[in-house]
Design a protein around this ligand. Sequence first.
Ligand SMILES: Nc1ncnc2c1ncn2[C@@H]1O[C@H](COP(=O)(O)OP(=O)(O)OP(=O)(O)O)[C@@H](O)[C@H]1O
Length: 241
Amino acid sequence: MSDVSPPPAPVFHARGLSKTYVMGDVEVHALRSVDLDIFEREFVVLLGPSGSGKSTLLNILGGLDAPTSGEANWRDHNLVGADDAELTRYRREHVGFVFQFYNLIPSLTVLENVALVTEIASHPLNARDALALVGLEHRLDHFPSQLSGGEQQRVAVARAIVKSPDVLLCDEPTGALDYETGKVVLAAIVRANQQLGTTTVIITHNAAISGMADRVLRLGGGRIVGEERNPRRLSPDEVHW
Ligand SMILES: Nc1ncnc2c1ncn2[C@@H]1O[C@H](COP(=O)(O)OP(=O)(O)OP(=O)(O)O)[C@@H](O)[C@H]1O
């Protein structure tokens, strides 16, 4: 018997990933031959200047967009060759999204906003449990307009994790929030990563958040131009900006 454990298999495996937008005579190379593996339970932060390709990469990982060329696999599913129906199924079963703006349904309560997702997911958590995980178990019957921005974003995090996604993809989740509120939202995302084992990828312009990651990827001009691994992940309480 060998005591050498096999290397962990990546959940995402991308090679030569490229995305070119063509508008008339203009070609925009949003991603240029990106090679990337992301591993189960990993917490990855994507940094980079505006226009460096962060959202394009996240959208391809989440099955919202297709690359122009290259390989992109989610476990054994090929995301490049998938048709719309397959991508929809992939997103529905495996991916939770959190964006900068919360996009809650204003006429539904907090609990109803989250419970809606449990009706279309195959292995959902209980909506109340997801809201407890983000610390909102006492606001179930409130409407979004009765909540602060940070509380609404925590509802959005609960809505993303209630389907128990394999991966949580966050595009500037604290971009519209003040310092203290941003930290509470980050703590909710970290809790989902640690308690549910959800692989997490966060885009941010806030370099301080990178201390919370297992790994930090820097994008520039559509390429990965830097990669760092943190020896220890900081908790949201330990990061300051
Ligand atoms: N639908 C689109 N059509 C044409 N060009 C696009 C489209 N989406 C993105 N781009 C271009 O691709 C490049 C990368 O954009 P992307 O949104 O991925 O960057 P980003 O790093 O996320 O930027 P930001 O931090 O400003 O959100 C940019 O030059 C952008 O203008």
